[in-house]
Write a protein that binds this ligand. Structure first.
Ligand SMILES: Nc1nc2c(c(=O)[nH]1)N[C@H]1C(S)=C(S)[C@@H](COP(=O)(O)O)O[C@H]1N2
Ligand SMILES: [Mo]
Length: 260
């Protein structure tokens, strides 16, 4: 496990460097879809994914900590203060009009208000958040298991992934604003520690950490844990979203499966 994690990390650093180089040296930040680097990355990604999936049982729990091990606030990272008009309009009303939409490969497309989500059975977990940049924080997260929302929407048998669409614009692309997005497979989506969190360290989730809802995917790196979630799409294919990599950072060379 350690060896796998090490080689994965070393590889990830390479991927991060490659993507930085692309960003610095090229006008097209998305890079060349047919490039050798990209093909190598994609092959390595799927190898890592398969290897890690063999090692990780579907319901193995990430380590949980005790209250006394929370030694710092959760350090906000990435987007911390979205300026998008639709987000600000909701934030100004304390997210009262917010509705989480679940659509795609479900029998019953549904919408939930925050009150409805808060009224569902909740899970609280103290876990460690590892960012690819090399820092970690232990924090207490409270939210509704994603599995129970998906159960209410009734996922169709063909479904393979859950995609998170976010409010925050992270970059201005050539054809308009690029918003953060992420995706996970159904196995992680249905994992008992995968929650849509609305609480952090006993308080309401702050804007800096993804209010009103952010996902926790405890067996993967921080960038998988979409903040400012606007809607969920259940799908069998990630190619139709963003640049097709399954997430904002994946479109820039990061691994889609970021197991830790
Ligand atoms: N919508 C959105 N989600 C996001 C990001 C972001 O920029 N936008 N950054 C990611 C990264 S890289 C990390 S490490 C975590 C940071 O979460 P935190 O601000 O609660 O520490 O959010 C992830 N989710
Ligand atoms: Mo991160």
């Amino acid at each position: 496990m350690t060896r796998l994690a090490l080689s994965r990390r070393r590889f990830l650093t390479g991927a991060a460097l490659a993507s930085t180089a692309t960003l610095a040296g090229c006008f097209d930040p998305l890079g060349d879809r047919d490039s050798t680097v990209r093909n190598v990355l994609e092959t390595a990604n799927s190898l890592t994914y398969r290897a890690q999936r063999l090692l990780l049982g579907s319901d193995d729990l990430a380590r949980e900590y005790s209250e006394s091990e929370i030694r710092q606030p959760q350090r906000p990272n990435g987007s911390t203060n979205p300026r998008d008009a639709d987000y600000l309009a909701l934030a100004n009303q304390n997210f009262a009009p917010y509705r989480l939409k679940i659509s795609g490969l479900v029998e019953t497309p549904v919408e939930f208000s925050l009150d409805e989500i808060r009224a569902m059975p909740s899970r609280t977990q103290i876990t460690r958040h590892d960012c690819v940049e090399g820092w970690s924080c232990i924090a207490k997260w409270t939210g509704a298991p994603l599995a129970s929302l998906l159960q209410q929407a009734k996922v169709k048998p063909a479904a393979r992934f859950v995609l998170f669409e976010c409010f925050d614009t992270v970059e201005n692309g050539f054809s308009g604003p690029i918003k953060y997005y992420e995706s996970i497979d159904l196995r992680d989506a249905l994992h008992p520690q995968t929650i849509l969190a609305y609480g952090l360290n006993g308080d309401v989730l702050p804007v800096a950490n993804g209010s009103p809802l952010r996902v926790r995917v405890e067996r993967q790196l921080g960038y998988k844990m979409a903040k400012y979630i606007r809607s969920l799409v259940v799908t069998d294919d990630l190619h139709g979203h963003g640049d097709g990599g399954g997430g904002y950072w994946e479109d820039r060379g990061y691994e889609w499966f970021a197991g830790i």
